[in-house]
Design a binder for this molecule. Structure first.
Ligand code: AMP
Ligand code: MG
Length: 346
């Protein structure tokens, strides 16, 4: 199959909407990452998402809508969700709802809940409006690769597998949406994203819990609240190690770690804050953004992880940011890319 890559405009949007209505797949930009969409109510179309991505069938998809009226008939909306939708939709917040029978089990991987989000990206929003469909869309990467934040990343993974990629430039947020569970007692963040725990608490006027495995691997006996957390996502081929501690100790340790790898003939580099590029200039430094701007680090993260593969990196040492605000989403993705391998600098 030839994969067309078209700049998003009125004409390509109409083509994309027609393809979706015909049960085909279309990749499109959202404010988080690029999504791989299909008509959420068409079982065969939904199944072809799993095929194109090589995604395990037990990892459910997020349904995207452009108007709250689309929730009617899809799911049951609790009162608690209303102020959240008022505050954060459209935007990078996914909410779990009790599903109604019309939603195919293929979308929810047989779970009784369906994850729904209203994206704010103008191209995503226009595609949903023109097609008139609820669109099931996971990230548009091959399973196990970092999520795509540029149309070119989608092309790398999906070329020959889908008919159309809409190019809308680079994704603002850069990490996937926050997934919030309102169905099981205390509101719980299953996956951290651009809408932070603090932002949710300020609207709900109650505490919001964090799923246990956000900053550590899932234990063998532990049930994944969000099936996606079971899988080793976001992992480039390089072995990544996180280096934690005060920068007065981290920077000299990074020099030593880097030098050891080079001495063993490995291709190595460090991921560091803009502020430390000069101090680490002998360690093939890669700029992950400013220490004081976690949003910038989130925006660059997946592009950075992909580039490590392109450069053939084998060993990578990375600085860490505090797991607060958007920093929690960054450390969840970076931690999993590193299989949570951490060295403390003292
Ligand atoms: P992706 O769109 O590729 O970022 O993946 C969607 C994420 O949402 C995965 O981590 C899923 O496990 C999670 N998810 C989707 N639906 C549900 C659900 N009904 N219950 C729990 N997690 C869900
Ligand atoms: Mg994904």
């Amino acid at each position: 199959m030839e994969t067309k890559l078209l700049k998003a405009d009125d004409q390509s949007l109409r083509l994309a909407a027609d393809l979706l209505k015909a049960g085909q797949l279309v990749a499109f930009p959202t404010e988080t990452v690029y999504g791989l969409g299909a008509d959420a109510l068409n079982r065969d179309a939904v199944l072809s998402i799993f095929q194109a991505k090589g995604r395990p069938a037990d990892n459910p998809l997020i349904v995207h809508i452009h108007d709250r009226s689309q929730l009617i008939g899809l799911c049951i909306v609790p009162d608690q969700a209303v102020p959240l939708m008022d505050a954060f939709w459209p935007g990078p917040l996914t909410i779990l709802f009790e599903k109604l029978p019309v939603v195919p089990d293929e979308v929810t991987a047989g779970l009784p809940t369906v994850a729904v989000r209203m994206p704010s990206h103008p191209v995503a929003s226009a595609l949903l409006r023109v097609s008139g469909l609820p669109v099931a869309a996971p990230s548009a990467n091959s399973s196990g690769r970092p999520s795509p934040t540029l149309a070119a990343h989608v092309m790398e993974d999906m070329s020959g597998r889908i008919p159309l990629i809409l190019d809308g430039g680079s994704c603002d947020v850069g990490v996937e949406s926050t997934v919030l569970d309102l169905c099981h007692g205390t509101p719980t963040i299953l996956r951290p994203g651009g809408i932070t725990k603090e932002m949710l608490e300020s609207v709900l006027h109650t505490g919001v819990a964090l799923a246990g495995s956000i900053l550590r691997p899932l234990r063998p006996d532990e049930k994944a609240l969000s099936p996606g957390m079971r899988y080793k996502h976001y992992a480039p081929r390089a072995v990544i190690t996180l280096v934690e501690g005060d920068s007065s100790a981290v920077l000299p340790l990074m020099h030593t770690l880097y030098a050891d790898e080079i001495a063993q003939g490995k291709k190595a580099c460090v991921l560091c804050f803009s502020e430390h590029m000069e101090a680490l200039k002998d360690c093939s430094p890669h700029d992950i953004g400013s220490e004081s701007h976690p949003e910038e680090v989130a925006h660059r993260l997946f592009r950075m992880l992909r580039s490590l593969d392109d450069e053939g990196m084998e060993s990578v040492f990375s600085e860490v940011i505090p797991p607060e605000g958007v920093g929690l989403a960054v450390m969840n993705r970076l931690g999993r890319a590193a299989a949570f391998r951490t060295i403390k600098a003292e």
